[in-house]
Design a protein around this ligand. Structure first.
Ligand code: C5P
Length: 219
């Protein structure tokens, strides 16, 4: 192992979408590629951190030099995060599905004439809020994300309070920015000290900057 300011520090990173099953062959998902979470895990590892990378089914190859924990559903992601605790910091970059199908069928749902299936949903656990609210074993630094299309600072500041996390990385995903699924990101970092708008840059540059800030916060 090399040096680096995060040597000896353990950081959990969630990334990618989750897949929520409907039946054995069908699922509900979202368009998260996992690119930003992967870049963050890579940047933390480059600073010497021991990274546990809990990832849903992503579109990009996983980072190197991390402990890879592949999961499918939100419930599996929460369990994997709980198993990975304790940690010095946790970065929740995953696009977790808000709902899952109440009872996934254990056989393929058949197409039947004249009747359409209907799906009933239940809420998934909120991993960020759950870990932020731990009274024992809460990581000293918990970082959440917020994808916003308007009133970015106001909405993300409210989200920080609601979730109980320490920082929120807010990105402007307004249509026309090309950020959703793109190579670049424009983020505002919300901390207890206020809001910092970072200039638009490659997702790897944003990741490196966030990793440096995490290293500063932990020393
Ligand atoms: O509530 P919203 O999805 O906008 O919050 C986004 C933040 O919360 C992200 O950091 C995301 O990873 C996290 N989150 C989570 N579990 C959920 C929903 C969101 O950890 N079920």
């Amino acid at each position: 192992l090399g040096g680096g300011p995060l040597r000896g520090r353990r950081v959990i990173v969630t990334s990618g979408p989750t897949h929520e099953p409907i039946d054995p062959v069908r699922y509900i998902a979202n368009r998260s590629s996992g690119a930003q979470g992967t870049a963050i895990a890579q940047a933390l590892a480059a600073l010497g951190a021991e990274v546990v990378f809990v990832t849903g089914p992503a579109q990009v190859p996983p980072p190197r030099n991390v402990q890879l924990v592949p999961v499918e559903t939100a419930q599996e992601m929460l369990e994997a995060v709980q198993t990975a605790l304790p940690a010095d910091a946790a970065v929740f970059a995953a696009a977790v599905a808000d709902w899952r199908v109440a009872e996934a069928a254990d056989r393929k749902i058949k197409k039947t004439p004249d009747t359409l299936p209907s799906l009933e949903f239940v809420e998934n656990p909120d991993i960020l809020a759950t870990v932020s609210g731990l009274s024992e074993g809460r990581p000293p630094l918990v970082v959440g994300f917020a994808a916003e299309t308007n009133d970015v600072v106001e909405n993300a500041t409210a989200k920080r309070a609601r979730k109980g996390c320490d920082w929120i990385v807010a990105n402007d995903v307004s249509p026309g920015t090309g950020i959703m699924g793109g190579r670049e990101n424009a983020v505002t970092l919300i901390t207890p000290d206020g809001a910092e708008a970072w200039e638009r840059a490659g997702k790897d540059v944003v990741a490196a900057r966030l990793a440096r800030r995490i290293a500063e916060a932990l020393t």
